[in-house]
Design a protein around this ligand. Structure first.
Ligand code: AKB
Length: 326
């Protein structure tokens, strides 16, 4: 039987790039990209794109059954910042969405479900440095609560029903293709985007705020490598993964060294408290031991690549605008 992949939240920061990578692996026709908004140009042409509201169990099951889905990457979620603005919606999308996916996987014998968890699963009582997987999990955000509950739900479906559910605790993700939306770590991406556009930036956390991060190519490798990992070698079902830890000032300096005219101010808002409740660095040794995880990008390598890619994009947009006579 051909492997057929369903991606939820396909048009988001991770989903867009993951869908493109999956099409390259499984074949364009075998990856069903889904979301609740219109498909971006980048994805629309290359393979099937469908509407899917993950909070509707009938839609989830119908889409999975009609398309003979064998693997699900479940990315549809409300992130931490937006979650605090609308906690009820955050619970609904994150918990009922995951429940519907796992129920479909159980009933229709889907081979594997991969879901991102987050450093938001940790809370203010968690040790802040080199935080291991198994530690105090008492988050104070609705997003974090749904992530802890989601990790446990994955484990429950694995132990009780044999669903091969696997999860990664992602730190902040830096990427250039699709901007993040509604997260606490979005400021890292915003700085590069603004700097390349020749604009200044007001950062919504303090200079000292330090968190773990991962560059998108590493994040995609982590998802694909976890999916391919030999199940018999997995001791955990949820893994920490990290690339580097950096303060908001470290990001601003890294941008400044490459774009000296960039200026950044720091005006913390409600997301400061969220950021302060998360670890400054996490320990990903279990992922390294159990399935060979190894990131490639540190802050410097990421900054070089990020700025080069954003500049390439600007050049393409400028050329297209010129050609269309706008
Ligand atoms: C967020 O900031 O909400 C996310 C995350 C760390 O899970 N980027």
């Amino acid at each position: 039987m051909t492997d057929r992949v369903l991606v939820t939240g396909s048009y988001g920061q991770i989903g867009t790039e993951l869908t493109l990578r999956l099409r390259g692996i499984y074949g364009d026709a075998n990856v069903i990209a889904t979301d609740i908004t219109p498909a971006p140009e980048l994805l629309e042409e290359g393979g099937p794109c469908r509407y899917l509201d993950v909070t509707d169990p009938r839609q989830v099951t119908a889409l999975a059954v009609e398309n003979k889905i064998t693997h699900i990457y479940h990315l549809a979620a409300i992130l931490s910042g937006n979650g605090e603005l609308n906690p009820q919606k955050c619970w609904d999308v994150n918990m009922n969405g995951l429940y519907n996916i796992l129920e479909t996987a159980r009933t229709w014998k889907v081979k594997q479900v991969i879901t991102p968890s987050s450093i938001a699963a940790f809370g203010p009582d968690t040790p802040k440095e080199h935080t291991p997987i198994d530690t105090i999990l008492r988050p104070t955000t609705m997003y974090g609560i749904t992530k802890v509950a989601g990790e446990l739900l994955n484990e429950y479906y694995n132990q009780k029903y044999g669903v091969d559910a696997r999860s990664l605790r992602f730190p902040g993700i830096v990427s250039h293709e699709t901007e993040p939306g509604g997260g606490t770590t979005d400021y890292a991406v915003d700085m590069y985007v603004k700097a390349v556009a020749g604009e200044s930036y007001t950062c919504f956390v303090t200079e000292e705020t330090t968190l773990p991060f991962l560059y998108m190519p590493d994040a995609l490798n982590a998802l694909l490598e976890l999916s391919a990992a030999d199940e018999s070698k997995l001791i955990h079902r949820t893994f920490n993964v990290t690339g580097f830890s950096a303060s908001a000032a470290d990001f601003a300096d890294a941008v400044n060294r490459r774009i000296p005219e960039f200026s950044c101010e720091f005006e913390p808002d409600f997301r400061q408290i969220i950021a302060e409740s998360w670890p400054r660095s996490i320990d990903d040794n279990d992922a390294r031991r159990e399935w060979g995880w190894k990131p490639s990008f540190d802050l410097e390598a990421m900054s070089d690549d990020m700025i080069a890619r954003l500049r390439e994009k600007e050049t393409v947009v400028a050329a297209n605008t010129e050609n269309s006579g706008v």
